[in-house]
Design a protein. Sequence first.
Length: 513
Amino acid sequence: MPVSVRQVLSRRCGEGSGPVLFEGSSDRTLTWNQVAARVAGWQASEADHPGRRVGVAIGDPLSMAAEYLAALAAGVTIAPLNPEAAPGELAAQARALGLHAVLTDTDNTGRTDALAEAGCALWRPGPAGPAVWLEGAGSQRADLPGGAALIMFSSGTTGEPKVIPVSEAQLLHTASNVVGHLGLDAGQRGFSPLPLWHINGLVVGVLASAVGGASLVVERRFSRRGFWSSVARHRPTWCNLVPAMLSVLSNDDGGPPDDHRIRLVRSASAPLPAAVRERFERRFHIPIIETYGMTEAASQITANPLGERRPGSVGIACGVELRVVDAGNVVVAAGTEGHVQIRGAGVTGTYWAAAGRRPSRRPALGPGSWLPTGDVGRLDRDGYLWLVGRDDDVINRGGEKVQPREVEECLAADPRVLVAVVVARPHPTVGQEPVAYVVAHAGVAPAELAADLERRCTRTLSRYKRPATIQVLDAMPSGPTGKPRRGELRRLAALDDQTRRHQTPAFTTVNVG
């Protein structure tokens, strides 16, 4: 394993001068030498202001990938941020993370004013590293520890986001495991149209490609109409996607060219419905490798071996220790459901309390301690992990426990469903009841779909597992990789009927008992 990102870039620069980073929708490229040229600028800024924490909110994917690698190589602590965030949101994140500057390629008055009020300098990308755009007012910083390469918010899909520090050693540990799992080398080219302010795109996409010496295609955003065109243009050998993208592609009219080179698609960031996997593989004859990860592990935790996939399982541990325990923290037998825990060199040992926010519910960990992932699953006798849900998501309906994933799989089996999410709604008699929210593919009649889904649930699920209502939404509240924000849906479900009619997106509701 390389000892530093600086060493990785030095090794790559000595291997050739051809393009290695490609923009999916154009002919723009970067070489490793061009990436390495930015390191000096970051080193200069660090020398002038040692210990600065810099937010990076860059929309251009090539520039974002280059600045990310260069900042890591220069030893600067960075916080990848959504470049499309509203000015107020960006400023709030800057305060919470104690940022001294934000590097962005978007200049607008609202963003400039908001960051200035937050005491942040505004920087812009330059050919040789970041350049000062506007100096901030120097307000008081959050009292956060040092020593991290990245500081990131957790996804926040089930509750309030936490600040997660990730070290350079963690990043390299996980990236090296990804290289070994995918067999990345100079002959491989990935296509990762995932946001580069998310741990998956940053580590599995950009850093693993650098560590393995592979090339990579990045994109500003996923495009259902442009995806296969980019595949034809750049001829990747593997793709890094999420279930929402796979669902769109499996139902779209397009497809790969006959001479495509894709040997696998890696799926991560959310559970992959079995129906989506089956439709995609049946249409395109490209195998999907299911994986599982989280920011606290610098992304990948488990993955299916390339030659020994078990559909529905997220695979075996990759570079981490993993166990499943009961409520008393005792390891359970193979095949028994329990709480998933991890530890190892790639796993974070602490959380940071963001300025002005409540501390995390999860405590800092001591050496050798196990990190509760919050997921529920089981290990089979061969060490494959099968996830069934999350601790926070289990619905208790009059003493009967409902795992939302089972109900979601039932709903997603209808090819008209783009995404399905089931959450708990308070009930005066049984305590909680499941309610379902779905988003349909374009052109689907919501009332007809909702009625058909009600009949499907009646045929397939025990009565206590059936959603009390099924609502067809115009859009699903979700994070940057398409992972639904269950906390928002739970709050929506808790509203009374009259308030819900005024505050939800357009939907059709069917009461199903």
